[in-house]
Design a protein around this ligand. Structure first.
Ligand code: ZN
Length: 208
């Protein structure tokens, strides 16, 4: 048995980022939400594809380009198949693709709400003094690392800061202020809980 409880946290954002766009009907700037629908247009051998968003105020639509005027031979077959079959999982992935959305919208509202699925990779022993958390991100999120730890481990931000100051929180990759930045895929966080009276409660919250 190891002295470190090793867990994987798979993080999925709950709410897709919303572009704020000028709505003609509302005559103001409004957040638009993905409708879960796409549009595919063919013009000879060239195709256009869009993800359709709806104004949160009036249901007007905005078409976010996925590609435009692209020759059919240059389109990834899996993408084409997903578009032709209205593949819900694929559409969801595109809806959460923040970098893709940034190419077409200036102002974007991001959400920090996430769903965290916890898996134990190496169980705790009675003598476990540390927890090591491996993060897996299905999609980018603006959630900050300290907020994630605070929510999921039930620790106040003050306490996390104290542990950090005492040199008992380590992250990989290393970096200044990592805890105050957004969570990253493959990031590892180790917290030394030796001497903490509620160590076992914290360790149990780290797992499922
Ligand atoms: Zn509107």
């Amino acid at each position: 048995m190891s002295h470190t409880l090793l867990v994987q946290w798979t993080i999925k954002p709950r709410i897709a980022p919303r572009p704020w766009l000028a709505c003609n009907r509302c005559r103001t700037v409004r957040p638009f939400e993905p409708s879960g629908k796409t549009r595919l247009n063919a013009n000879g051998r060239r195709l256009d594809a869009w993800l359709i968003y709806r104004c949160s105020g009036c249901d007007s639509t905005w078409n976010r380009p996925i590609f435009e005027r692209r020759h059919i031979r240059d389109i990834d077959p899996a993408t084409l198949h997903a578009l032709q079959n209205n593949d819900g999982a694929w559409i969801e992935k595109v809806s959460f693709d923040l970098d893709g959305l940034r190419q077409n919208a200036g102002r974007i509202e991001e959400f920090a709400e996430v769903h965290v699925e916890k898996t134990i990779l190496n169980p705790a022993a009675a003598s476990s003094l540390r927890v090591e958390i491996v993060l897996g991100l299905a999609m980018k999120t603006s959630l900050r690392t300290e907020r994630l730890l605070s929510m999921e481990l039930g620790l106040s931000r003050k306490r996390i800061a104290m542990l950090e100051e005492a040199g008992r929180v380590a992250t990989t990759p290393l970096g200044r202020n990592t805890l105050r930045r957004s969570v990253k895929d493959q990031m590892r966080i180790t917290i030394d809980l030796a001497g903490e009276a509620d160590r076992n409660a914290i360790l149990s919250r780290a797992g499922p």
